[in-house]
Design a protein around this ligand. Structure first.
Ligand SMILES: CC(C)(COP(=O)(O)OP(=O)(O)OC[C@H]1O[C@@H](n2cnc3c(N)ncnc32)[C@H](O)[C@@H]1OP(=O)(O)O)[C@@H](O)C(=O)NCCC(=O)NCCS
Length: 434
């Protein structure tokens, strides 16, 4: 097998946990009209088709701002904006309808592709669109009549869910209908946020021209919580608007909002199937944060591990020892409570590391939190140039086997570890090649 073949297989293996995690989940994807004019348009839709084949339930919301602007220009019409919103008079509405209809058809065509030797070979995707969004007029603001510019009034949750249940991709255009039978042009972010929260989506994913959201220093913000968003200084108004939408969705119950680039054709899959992601992730505040431990966490970790030390599952660690080794620990925190921890002790000379003290709180078992920390520590071990990790265990052997560890002999341990081996505990030794 070629080196690239091996790399692909390694990548597929590393993506497997994400594939399992995303299956059956609902993602709302917001795609601005500019994507349709970008060379990555087709690739992004092939990736969307791939997500559909992996069992992700998808709602797509496309915009059409640049297309409307082009149509208006061609027709020699000008429109005005107020509070950043286009005023949609009757003539403009005609162009908004044309732009949305044309783009919707283009997207449906892309998702219907199934040519041999194309990434969509063998796929059969059903796309469904309709009157899922009920709108109301914005009305008159500061004396300015917005005519056919509207706001989302209601989302047909049952209708969308039924389509998703049947495996269809739901495609929404930036138009809504009022109970009076009128058509309204709607803000893309408005539909995305309202729809994601109403249908209880697991993720809202928004596409941006840049890698993600950048702060005042121009640095990409990889991850932040809803609480942190307010403290960030975001000079770019487009970035600020996306971040605001991400925050609103999280406040309305969506666990995670992502902002990824449409300029990078790998960004969507990288964000969803790799540990580091590619863009910006905004997580709701009560979401669990994984982070390195610091000295203030010693008390919380002791509380978590002491019952297991008493049961003989873990080796006893004194507070002093934990204080000196705290930097080796990684933990999961939820509502300021430590609910899982694990440590990586590197043996640089032997190019291996020990995974130790891996525990998830009994109240939070069943959420694969131990597994999540293990993956993160394996990543860290790779970063430190280690080739293998090992573990000594008395009662958790099968769990480690399921995580890809293989039983080994005590002699395989680094010399320093062998001399400390506690014969009485008679722990089993397991290694995993990274
Ligand atoms: C091992 C541990 C960290 C796994 O945490 P987790 O990833 O959050 O795991 P979950 O609670 O989601 O359980 C995942 C699976 O592992 C299984 N599992 C948990 N403990 C196990 C054990 N000791 N042996 C075998 N399987 C085990 C669970 O039954 C579950 O299986 P299922 O998916 O078939 O239902 C957690 O069970 C724990 O804290 N155990 C006590 C501490 C411990 O033994 N640490 C290892 C010291 S060497």
């Amino acid at each position: 097998m070629t080196t690239s073949g091996r790399a692909e297989i390694r990548w597929l293996r590393s993506a497997a946990p994400y594939i399992n995690a995303h299956r059956g989940k609902t993602f709302v994807l917001m795609l601005g009209g500019e994507i349709a004019q970008h060379e990555n348009f087709a690739v992004i839709f092939h990736d969307i088709a791939l997500l559909n084949s992996l069992g992700v339930r998808l709602v797509l919301i496309h915009g059409s701002r640049p297309q409307i602007a082009q149509r208006l220009e061609r027709a020699g019409l000008t429109t005005s904006f107020h509070h950043g919103m286009r005023i949609t008079d009757t003539a403009t509405l005609e162009h908004a309808k044309d732009a949305a209809g044309s783009l919707k058809t283009q997207i449906e065509a892309l998702l219907s592709m199934g040519l041999p030797n194309s990434p969509m070979q063998g796929s059969r995707i059903r796309v469904c669109s309709g009157n899922f969004v009920t709108a109301r007029p914005i009305g008159v603001l500061d004396g300015v009549d917005f005519h056919h510019t509207g706001k989302v009034r209601r989302i047909d949750v049952a209708g969308i869910r039924r389509q998703l249940e049947e495996g269809s991709i739901v495609l929404l255009s930036p138009l809504g209908y009022s109970p009076t039978g009128e058509i309204f042009s709607l803000g893309l972010e408005d539909i995305a946020v309202q729809c994601a929260s109403a249908i209880g989506a697991d993720k809202l994913i928004m596409f941006s021209e840049s890698e993600g959201i950048c702060d005042a220093a121009g640095t990409l913000i990889r991850q932040c919580t809803v609480g942190e968003v307010g403290r960030l200084e975001i000079p770019d108004p487009d970035h600020a608007a996306l971040l605001h939408a991400a925050r609103s969705a999280c406040l309305a119950g969506v666990a995670r909002s992502h902002i990824v680039s449409y300029n990078n054709h790998c960004a969507l899959l990288e964000e969803l199937f790799t540990h580091d992601g590619s863009g910006t992730l905004v997580a709701s505040d009560n979401y669990e944060q994984a982070r390195e431990a610091n000295i203030d966490d010693v008390g919380g970790i002791l509380e978590l591990i002491e019952p297991l030390e008493q049961q003989g599952v873990l080796v006893k660690r004194s507070r002093e020892l934990l204080e000196t080794e705290i930097r080796l620990f990684r933990l999961l925190e939820r509502d300021h409570r430590i609910i899982a921890c694990a440590a990586l002790y590197p043996f640089a000379e032997e190019r291996c590391g020990e995974i130790a003290c891996i525990v998830s709180h009994p109240d939070y078992r069943g959420g694969r939190r131990g597994q999540r920390l293990l993956r993160e520590l394996e990543q860290e071990a790779r970063r430190q140039g280690l080739d293998r990790v090992f573990v000594l265990t008395t009662q958790t052997a099968h769990w480690f086997i399921e995580q890809g560890f293989v039983e080994s002999s005590r002699d395989a341990l680094p010399g320093r570890k062998q001399s400390l081996y506690n014969l009485q505990r008679n722990s089993k030794v397991f290694f995993k090649t990274l």
